[in-house]
Write a protein that binds this ligand. Structure first.
Ligand code: NAD
Ligand code: 6OH
Length: 484
């Protein structure tokens, strides 16, 4: 049996008890994971502090950038192992992990390696009342030890999205991956060793949230900043905990994202885009569209075509190259999604596709599968239209006027992402600019440029990461004013 240990100061360290890491495709146990208690989390934070004060803290930006490229090289050298680990932990299709998760992990390091070398400093020449001048310029310094807590849906992608800029800015990190997906964060330890990153710069603690490694990390007084991706409620709990020590936070949280499809859209391109937006990663992407608004003249045709798409998506073993839909992450999460499938019927939905559990007649019946599902006919106030489900499911509703679609799309406490589908460029811009979200795509979805601001409004988060926004979160600015 494999064992995933905590990684502290360059050593694998056993915790105080073990918990199983389960493959959601068939319910088998992949590994035992060792849980960090408060003392082990403290050791990790102290190791990170020591490394921050050591040789890592003395590297210049070019040396750090070179280190980040070496990390990317070492990830690429283990491409197949990372893919296998991510597929076993999450149940995501191997084709998806190969084209999205693992390449993005390497790209995260390369982008921030390049950016830190060219990041400009702010400066102002200030005219003083006596007719003289002062020069202001801000220098960038690392914050120190950054605590990173991540979810299970895109484990390596989301972890490295934070580790890379944190290291680029010269910080050291203690990461707490999701208890459901501990494998790739652990494998990244090996990468750090090979890339020559000094011990203590990258530390991993395993465990759960409340009264476990997650909470101990957020409570630790020597952690200088916390960055978190996960559920909005967890973000609220973390914020409460860090309030005592006034730590800066960056939160990427949940979503209940809308897609608006106009009758003048490119029908086939839109159909394919919406199918991805609803079903990619079995609907377990914070950016997924769970609300689709379609202009009435094409409503019936679009719903019919999306139904055919949903029913022909290949569901099966994540290890088969042709599989498009894998299981949900866990039995518990499947219970949650199925409770929404039941609720949708109670709320009066018409079931257009799916709505249940598939039968395979083999070991996959022990897995956490649900059918890709489409509903119509719900009121906008229905819980299934308001609450994040985080499964392969959407509700499709018709609209008659552009303004009506905008009002419905914005009628949510979340505000992460939206997508607009139209061939009318003016309308695309006009509608996009009225979306109360952090990210709007026009005629595409989840098309990423890692230099752009990424994050949400309302329940979807606090702050932005991406490009300079990440560098600004993972560093402190010291403004220096010189009277000339
Ligand atoms: P989650 O909030 O349950 O868990 C995320 C992480 O937080 C885990 O590592 C968990 O152990 C830890 N945690 C839980 N309670 C904690 C506490 N009190 N203190 C400290 N740590 C704690 O989220 P999840 O179920 O793993 O992921 C799914 C959710 O994440 C969805 O809501 C999804 O929308 C959201 N998400 C958002 C983004 C984004 O970029 N906005 C990206 C991915 C996922
Ligand atoms: C949420 O599940 C997906 C988040 C994606 C990113 O943070 C990213 O950088 O692409």
């Amino acid at each position: 049996m494999k064992s995933f240990r905590n990684y502290i100061d360059g050593q694998f360290v056993r915790g105080f008890r073990e918990f199983p890491d389960i493959n959601p495709a068939d319910g088998t146990v992949i590994a035992e994971v060792t849980e960090a208690d408060r003392d082990i989390v403290d050791q990790a934070v102290q190791a990170a502090r020591k490394a921050f004060a050591g040789s890592w803290g003395r590297l210049n930006t070019h040396e750090r950038a070179a280190c980040l490229h070496k990390i990317a090289d070492a990830i690429e050298a283990r491409f197949d192992r990372f893919v296998a680990a991510e597929v076993a932990d999450t149940g995501k299709p191997i084709a998806l992990a190969s084209r999205l998760d693992v390449p993005r992990a390497a790209a995260n390091f390369r982008v921030f390696a390049d950016l830190i070398k060219t990041a400009p400093l702010e400066s102002f020449q200030t005219e003083t009342p006596d007719g003289k001048n002062a020069l202001n310029y801000a220098v960038r310094k690392p914050r120190g030890v950054v605590g990173i807590i991540t979810p299970w849906n895109l484990p390596l992608l989301l972890l490295t999205w934070k580790v890379a800029p944190a290291l680029a800015c010269g910080n050291t990190v203690v990461v707490k991956p999701s208890e459901e997906t501990p494998a790739t964060a652990t494998l990244l330890s090996e990468v750090m060793k090979e890339a020559g990153i000094p011990d203590g710069v990258y530390n991993v603690v395993h465990g759960f949230g409340p009264n476990s490694a997650g909470e101990f990390l957020t409570q630790h007084p020597d952690v200088n900043a916390m960055t978190f991706t996960g559920e909005s409620q967890t973000g609220a709990a973390i914020m409460k905990t860090v309030a005592a020590s006034v730590k800066p936070v960056s939160f990427e949280l949940g979503g209940k994202n809308a897609a608006i499809v106009f009758a003048d859209c490119d029908f086939e391109e839109t159909l394919s885009g919406i199918s991805d937006a609803v079903f990619l990663n079995t609907g377990q992407v914070c950016l997924c569209a769970e609300r689709v608004y379609v202009e009435r003249p094409i409503f019936d045709r679009f719903v019919g075509a999306l139904k055919s798409k949903a029913e022909t998506l290949r569901m099966g073993s994540p290890l088969e190259q042709s599989t498009q839909i894998g299981p949900l992450i866990s039995k518990q999460h499947r219970e949650k999604v199925l409770s929404y499938y039941k609720l949708a019927r109670e709320e009066g939905a018409t079931v257009v596709a799916g709505g249940g559990v598939p039968q395979f007649g083999n070991a996959l019946d022990h897995g956490c599968y649900v059918q890709p599902t489409i509903y119509t006919g719900l009121r906008e106030s229905a819980r299934c239209v308001k609450e994040e489900i985080f499964g392969p499911v959407c509700h499709v509703a018709p609209f008659d006027a552009e303004d009506e679609a905008i009002v419905m799309a914005n009628d949510t406490r979340y505000g992460l992402a939206a997508s607009i589908w139209t061939t009318n460029l003016k309308r695309g811009h006009r509608v996009a600019q009225q979306m109360n979200v952090g990210i709007t795509w026009v005629n595409c979805w989840f098309l990423r440029d890692l230099r752009t601001p990424f994050g949400g409004v309302g329940l979807s988060g606090i702050g932005r990461e991406g490009g300079m926004h990440s560098l600004n979160f993972y560093s402190e600015l010291n403004n220096i004013c010189i009277r000339l």
